[in-house]
Design a protein around this ligand. Structure first.
Ligand SMILES: [Zn+2]
Length: 390
């Protein structure tokens, strides 16, 4: 029988952290690099500096804790300490506090695995501060550092930030991977002209091209990846008057899919569609890729272990993550896995973020049991190919 986490301490630590950087309405303002963010990390550091535990900051600002006088290697567990502006109290914070609870439980019960667990609170996952390097900053630094050689794996628990789990009545979800994300700029040029006197057949309507591309996006994505999703969040017509046929138009498109090959296929289809629609409307159009984040696939063995412990603790099903997480970066260097607890109403990046206490406790218990199952296996294994290739 595995040890039990201390549910009261978990919940009271979460409450404590949710007061650091809180506005009058309870929303959190611990944007990375701000005073409140630093105060939050300092509090985490101080909280873990108890008898027998050692804490430290690395150069980038990640906060770690582990047992004193241990020489590793360690299984790393944790999440990020920063928030978006007016964020919620669970995004990132839950995974950090849950990891701390797991280490303290192992430490206090004198479990031999206590020597091989390290916790982390990542610096700047969100990437929204004025000085930010774009998010996933702390995890990217660690993945490229020598300390990664001392680690055998990474495990993160996080709130789902959507409503799939609540809708399906799930308590816990092993996460199979994280979608890849690509962004594009579509630019269309036609001819601006009088909107009354220019007959349909004579138009070079750049606006119609952009609108048809936006409308086609959903079918293109779903035709290739049933789990894919997309968005057209920016569109503009020029010169921009009700009585002028638009001579120029642009749209920013985003696609998310479960694998890089699906992203490739969607991209190819999108290119074809853009040029076909432009030709049909007597316009010229280009599609330019602005950014690309690869899809992440978590370690199969660790995923099986997480699924087993989730199932032992509650209603469970595997999910793909549509939001980015530090775990995606770590998965390029170390065997990595993730698990979710539900988000009530699907709210996140908002002070409406909520998960029932029982599910926060269940998740942390499943995290502890996952650590106890995977740590001995990872410690015995020679470095996996993914680690050697990095
Ligand atoms: Zn997060």
């Amino acid at each position: 029988m595995a040890d039990r986490i201390n549910a009261d301490r978990l919940l009271s630590d979460l409450t404590h952290l949710s007061q650091i950087g809180a506005g009058p309405d309870g929303a959190l303002w611990r944007v990375a690099g701000t005073k409140a963010d630093r105060a939050g990390r300092d509090w985490l550091d101080k909280t873990m500096r108890v008898e027998g535990l050692h804490t430290y900051y690395d150069d980038i600002g990640n906060v770690f804790s582990r047992r004193e006088n241990t020489s590793g290697p360690w299984l790393l567990i944790g999440s990020h300490a920063d928030t978006v502006p007016a964020g919620g109290h669970l995004d990132g914070a839950y995974g950090v506090i849950a990891a701390m609870e797991v280490l303290r439980t192992l430490h206090e019960t004198g479990h031999p695995m206590a020597d091989h667990v390290e916790t982390v609170a990542w610096f700047d996952e969100e990437g929204v501060g004025p000085q930010s390097a774009g998010g996933l900053v702390g995890s990217t630094a660690l993945a490229g550092s020598a300390h990664a050689d001392d680690l055998v794996g990474y495990l993160e628990i996080h709130v789902e930030q959507g409503r799939r789990m609540e809708d399906a009545g799930l308590d816990l979800a092993p996460v199979t991977g994280i979608v890849g994300v690509r962004r594009y700029q579509a630019s269309v040029s036609g001819q601006d002209n009088h909107a009354g006197t220019t007959m349909w057949a004579d138009r070079q309507d750049a606006g119609r091209v952009a609108a048809r591309i936006v409308a086609a996006l959903k079918d293109i994505i779903l035709g290739i990846d049933p789990k894919g999703i997309g968005n057209a969040g920016v569109i503009h017509f020029g010169p921009g008057a009700a009585n002028v046929v638009p001579g120029t138009a642009g749209a920013e498109l985003e696609i998310r899919a479960s694998s890089d090959s699906a992203l490739d296929d969607i991209e190819a289809d999108l290119h074809q569609t853009v040029s076909r629609i432009a030709t049909e409307e007597n316009c010229a159009a280009t599609l330019t890729r602005i950014s690309a984040k690869p899809a992440a696939h978590f370690d199969k063995l660790l995923l099986d272990i997480v699924e087993e412990t989730c199932r032992a603790n509650g209603r469970t099903d595997r999910l793909l993550s549509y939001a980015g997480h530090d775990a995606s970066v770590l998965s390029t260097r170390l065997p990595t896995a993730m698990m979710f607890v539900p988000s009530t109403g699907g709210f996140s990046h908002s002070n409406k973020e909520h998960t029932p206490d029982e599910q926060l406790v269940l998740g942390t218990q499943a995290l502890l049991e996952s650590v106890l199952k995977m740590a001995p296996i990872l410690l015995e294994q020679p470095k996996s190919p993914v680690a050697l290739a990095a």
